[in-house]
Design a protein around this ligand. Structure first.
Ligand SMILES: Cc1cc2nc3c(=O)[nH]c(=O)nc-3n(C[C@H](O)[C@H](O)[C@H](O)COP(=O)(O)O)c2cc1C
Ligand code: SF4
Ligand code: SF4
Length: 253
């Protein structure tokens, strides 16, 4: 078995680590952006595939990864984990439909609510105590999902037709443009920026670079919010105008 994941701010990585530690402590785990990820997938029959949901849809990076490696999924058995801040409808279903199209068998699906990672929109922020509570709840849901999977009764969160309807009309349809293309929305406050280069190092898209003493962007942002949450100067905004509260599960605990 192999666990493969994309994670902007750590939630998805954290959930997959928990899941694999309970299901099969020897399972391999690899980032989707790893240059060897597809080679490693080809060595395994069973895959746990995990990602965050954006606008009840796949991050563009995840969508493109699945489609551009369409031959890799034939005959695989895939259990999908989708993390989200509140609601996705069919967060697992969006990738399940693609995987099925490319010949995979969908083993199950698990939706996990985790702290929201959008650090520049105040309305989405919860207190640290509430974040602790929702992480605890998701940990319990992971334990249950592993128990069910081991007993041959995998969860099917987000895979049914009602979930499809809820995801489509509850959100995806109205925000479809947000995930169709990569974005150039990222803003860098040049007065605040100390040119430390941290954002350049962490971006999974290589969207940011340091050139002539300033950070430039290439219009290839997948909205993962990693840079905005890690900038020491809080100089990066994407959907909002000001960083309210930075978040990463690995600093938080
Ligand atoms: C651009 C964007 C869009 C998002 N859309 C949704 C959404 O539609 N529903 C939801 O519940 N959470 C949404 N979220 C929250 C993330 O899915 C959630 O915080 C996730 O656990 C982040 O995982 P990560 O830390 O592995 O990147 C969104 C986050 C971002 C950055
Ligand atoms: S992480 Fe922030 S301070 Fe550092 S270079 Fe990027 S924008 Fe500037
Ligand atoms: S620019 Fe920032 S938000 Fe966009 S993909 Fe890179 S790290 Fe993620």
């Amino acid at each position: 078995m192999i666990g493969i994941y994309f994670s902007g701010t750590g939630n998805t990585q954290y959930c997959l680590e928990k899941f694999l530690s309970l299901y099969d402590a020897n399972a391999e785990m690899i980032r989707l952006e790893d240059p060897h990820s597809i080679d490693r997938i080809s060595c395994h029959e069973d895959i746990i595939f995990a990602y965050p949901v954006y606008y009840s849809n796949l991050p563009k990076l995840v969508h493109d990864f699945i489609c551009s490696n369409s031959g890799a999924w034939q005959g695989k058995r895939i259990f999908i984990i989708a993390t989200m801040g509140l609601f996705s409808g069919d967060g697992t279903g969006v990738s399940a439909r693609l995987f099925k199209k490319y010949g995979a068998k969908i083993w199950g699906g698990l939706h996990l609510i985790m702290p929201d990672c959008i650090c520049d929109v105040k309305a989405l922020k919860r207190s640290p105590i509430n974040n602790e509570k929702i992480i605890k709840k998701s940990e319990e849901r992971i334990s249950l999902a592993v128990y069910n999977l081991k007993n041959g009764k995998p969860q099917k969160n987000g895979l049914g037709s009602f979930s499809h309807f809820a995801g489509l009309f509850g959100q995806r349809l109205w925000f479809i443009n947000k995930t169709r293309e990569y974005s150039n929305k990222i803003q860098i406050d040049t007065k605040a920026c100390c040119i430390c280069g941290e954002c350049v190092n962490v971006c999974p898209m290589k969207n940011l670079s340091l050139s002539q003493g300033k950070i430039t962007t290439a219009g290839k942002c997948t909205y993962c919010y990693r840079c905005a949450n890690q900038c020491p100067q809080k100089a990066i905004t994407i959907l909002g105008k000001q960083v309210v509260c930075q978040y990463s599960i690995y600093n938080f605990r």
